[in-house]
Design a protein around this ligand. Structure first.
Ligand code: ATP
Ligand code: MG
Length: 376
């Protein structure tokens, strides 16, 4: 066990790294963040910020020397970076687990090979792959870049095969996946923590609403059936076991109108849809990340209250600060801001959790608050 007083390394300085840093510091750990941005949300609150690229071997060596264990908040850290660090100190998740989730094609193949359903898909690496699609995919479909996509970026909806050729060209013919668009009843996700000895603890399954491909709200408990909850947890745990995963990870699911549950994707880190755990569970996903990294026992992942989480994107700012007074006037609301100076449209600036006796009540307060935030 790595005990308080030790130093933990975090690759990536975004909001997920910041909330990990806070959780670790509360528990008495020191945190060193490595991120190339001088002003990163996690870097500014860490005990130390190493401002360097993820490929800078001198900086990585320094991090490894100073840290008892290292983790990440960002799936696009080069797997070679983690492999380099693994040779020097404790690193979770492993470079191998991370690399299995970095490319949408290998990720989907890996999940499908476990017998877990995913949306019908084909890899598109050249226009001849488009020539050969045939009837394997029904339209509408979505073409997605295979690497480095997030928040719906690098995705285009296609209604015909001609749309696919056009979109592939507009995406500079980088490696892509074409995926059938699922008739969504709803979307859910689950965040889990898996220990070095393979013990898994799941947070409750959460229900997510996306707007323009970006998460807008998470509601817990979800109204999906108990049986679907069990199925989702079994699938997520099977994936974590197959990856030999150590740490916190999330699995996103599509629940189709036809009643199927399909895995959308894996996130090898805490997840935006797990932010409700900061206020609605005894142990947050970030404390779990600290616990798994340090080989501590799992915390308590049960739900203490019905909750709605609302994301605050830069769009809410407009020309001025949102009306924080109205949000803070309601004791049900819990505000989390990430310390980002510049509010750009689509940029995740913060979130708030609304705790109430029922999800219906939490949702009413969440909506009223959201409207009041933007009223000028
Ligand atoms: P993030 O990193 O924020 O999860 P991402 O860029 O990896 O986003 P996806 O999870 O692939 O994006 O897609 C974002 C959202 O777009 C999904 O949550 C869903 O609402 C919608 N979407 C994506 N693929 C499909 C699909 N095949 N059928 C129906 N809806 C889809
Ligand atoms: Mg997603």
């Amino acid at each position: 066990m790595i005990l308080p007083g030790a130093t933990l390394g975090m690759l990536g300085g975004g909001q997920l790294g910041r909330m990990f840093t806070t959780a670790a510091q509360i528990m008495g750990y020191n945190v060193i963040v490595l991120d190339p941005d001088t002003n990163s949300p996690a870097g500014v609150i860490a005990d130390q910020h190493i401002c360097a690229k993820y490929t800078d071997e001198a900086a990585l060596s320094q991090l490894a020397e100073q840290c008892d264990a290292i983790t990440t908040e960002f799936e696009n850290i080069p797997a070679a970076t983690l492999a380099f660090l693994e040779a020097k100190t404790i690193v979770h998740p492993s470079s191998q687990a991370l690399s299995s989730t970095q490319n949408r094609i290998t990720e989907k193949q890996f999940i499908a090979a476990l017998g877990i359903p995913v949306a019908p898909f084909v890899a598109i690496r050249s226009t001849s792959d488009i020539d050969n699609i045939g009837t394997s995919i029904q339209f509408p479909a979505i073409i997605k870049v295979a690497n480095f996509g997030y928040d719906g970026k690098g995705q285009v909806v296609c209604h015909t095969i001609d749309d696919v050729y056009t979109a592939f060209r507009n995406l500079d013919q980088v490696e892509c996946v074409l995926e059938q668009r699922i008739n969504l009843e709803r979307e859910v996700s689950t965040v889990l923590a898996r220990s070095q000895t393979g013990e898994i603890n799941n947070f409750p399954v959460a229900e997510n609403v996306h707007v323009n491909g970006i998460l807008h709200t998470t509601t817990v408990p979800s109204i999906i059936s108990d049986q679907q909850v069990q199925t989702a947890i079994q699938m997520a745990d099977k994936i974590a076991d197959a990856l030999g995963y150590v740490g916190v990870m999330a699995v996103e699911f599509f629940a189709s109108k036809e009643g199927d549950l399909l895995v959308n994707e894996i996130a090898p880190r805490p997840h935006n849809s797990g932010h409700f755990t900061l206020d609605a569970c005894p142990t947050s996903q970030f404390e779990q990340q600290v616990r798994m990294l340090c080989g501590l026992p799992s915390g308590n992942c049960e739900l203490s209250s019905a909750v709605v989480m609302v994301n605050l994107l830069g769009d809410v700012w407009g020309d001025s600060q949102p009306n924080w007074d109205t949000l803070l006037a309601r004791p049900e609301n819990h505000l989390h801001l990430y310390g980002k100076k510049e509010a750009r449209p689509g940029r995740k600036m913060g979130h708030y959790n609304v705790l109430a006796a029922t999800t219906a009540q939490a949702n009413d307060i969440a909506l009223q608050t959201f409207e009041a935030l933007q009223a000028s």
